[in-house]
Design a binder for this molecule. Structure first.
Ligand code: SMG
Ligand code: MG
Length: 365
């Protein structure tokens, strides 16, 4: 039974600034949802950023959406599944929905003594991990950073690119680390349909994929671009639901999909997208939103499904934080272990939670 929902806020510094085509992050503002039952509680992490630049959602707004629209649908007998149905009429706000759903899932799975991985249908006990490398101040710095990650054992490198900082980056990294390196790029929607001939210059580097080259709502632009270049197009921001995933696949706007539960409204929708892609032969991989251990744990459970055939942005805790909020996730032999106890398998460490603030509590009836 669900007795209460709590909202917790905190902030955690990143070990190094993370620069993308839309901005620089030096820390993460955090919103955790805690679903309180009789004997257990479940945690969910909101992936929204401080500002609405990756997507239109932002953390402060999520606090309002959760409080005003999502918590009021909850009853003491609510489940993650019933919650998803109840909030379907509320448009968008995927990241707000996803963190509440995640907390409910964690609680109900703990009550059933079942791990999220097993509940979702995981077939792996560890997940191949890549790392996302932000835009650096110089090419020398980029080579140094990539070299360090490879030394740590990461199996795939993703370079953030933007106009003016793209072809040369890839050329230098390929030259330095060789043709066998699994390498991909992420533009975070920084290009336009007119950039096809420029982006075609990436074709010579045998990239695994180019992620979200064009704006989120430009599916047709991606169709045209995918026809014009040889590098496989992967969508991230554009895929906000099972329906958009199906449209993108049918239109051939992409041949690979990055699945992020926060972006699609939760783990249940993420699993549906996985299942569709699996059936359609579309490779998927698990994206990242600089999550702390709470979000990371749940992402690892998802990434353990059989269709996740490409390494994810499921890096170890140390890639992000000097000290994670949970027990740290570590990289071993290029992989991160999938939690397999109950629920998401982790909880905030008491000494870390002390630095958080419980900003709201709602009792259910
Ligand atoms: O969690 O390792 C991570 C970050 C991966 O590059 C990453 N995420 O567009 O895929 C993406 C970005 C979005 C987050 S930028 C703050
Ligand atoms: Mg991306």
């Amino acid at each position: 039974m669900l007795r209460a929902i709590e909202l917790w806020r905190g902030r955690i510094d990143l070990v190094s600034p993370f620069r993308t085509s839309f901005g620089v992050d030096t820390a993460r503002d955090l919103l955790y949802i805690r679903a309180v039952g009789d004997d257990h509680s479940g945690w969910g992490e909101c992936v929204a950023g401080t500002e609405p630049n990756y997507s239109s959602e932002y953390l402060e707004n999520c606090v309002g959406v959760v409080t005003r629209f999502l918590v009021p649908v909850l009853r003491s007998d609510s489940t993650a599944e019933s919650f998803v149905v109840s909030v379907a009429p509320i448009r968008g706000n995927f990241m707000s929905k996803a963190c509440v759903e995640a907390a409910l899932l964690d609680l109900q799975l703990r009550e059933k003594n079942l791990s999220l991985a097993r509940y979702l249908g995981a077939t792996k006990t560890r997940v191949a991990s890549g790392v996302s490398v932000g835009i650096q101040n110089s090419l020398d710095q980029l080579v140094k950073v990539v070299g360090q990650y490879l030394e740590q054992g990461y199996l795939r490198i993703k370079l953030k690119i933007e106009p003016g900082s793209d072809i040369e980056l890839v050329r230098v990294v390929r030259r330095e680390f060789g043709d066998n390196l699994m390498l991909q790029v992420d533009a975070n929607a920084a290009y336009t349909a007119g950039d096809a001939s420029h982006l075609r210059k990436l074709d010579q580097f045998n990239l695994l994929l180019i992620e979200q080259p064009l704006p989120e709502d430009d599916l047709f632009g991606h169709v045209e671009l995918a026809r014009a270049i040889a590098t496989p197009v992967c969508l991230d921001e554009s895929i906000t639901s099972l329906d958009t995933a199906r449209s993108a696949i049918d239109l051939q706007a992409c041949s690979i999909i990055n699945i992020k539960p926060g972006r699609v409204g939760g783990y249940l929708e993420a699993k549906k997208i996985h299942d569709l892609c699996f059936e359609r032969g579309i490779p998927v991989w698990c994206g990242g939103m600089l999550e702390t251990g709470i979000g990371r744990a749940a992402n690892l459970a998802l990434a353990a499904l059989p269709g996740f055939t490409l390494p994810g942005d499921t890096s170890a805790s140390a890639r992000y934080f000097a000290r994670d909020v949970t027990e740290p996730f570590i990289l071993e032999d290029g992989h991160v272990a999938v939690p397999d106890t109950v629920g998401i398998g982790v909880e905030p460490l008491p000494e870390m939670l002390e630095k958080f603030e419980k900003v709201a509590e709602f009792r259910t009836t």
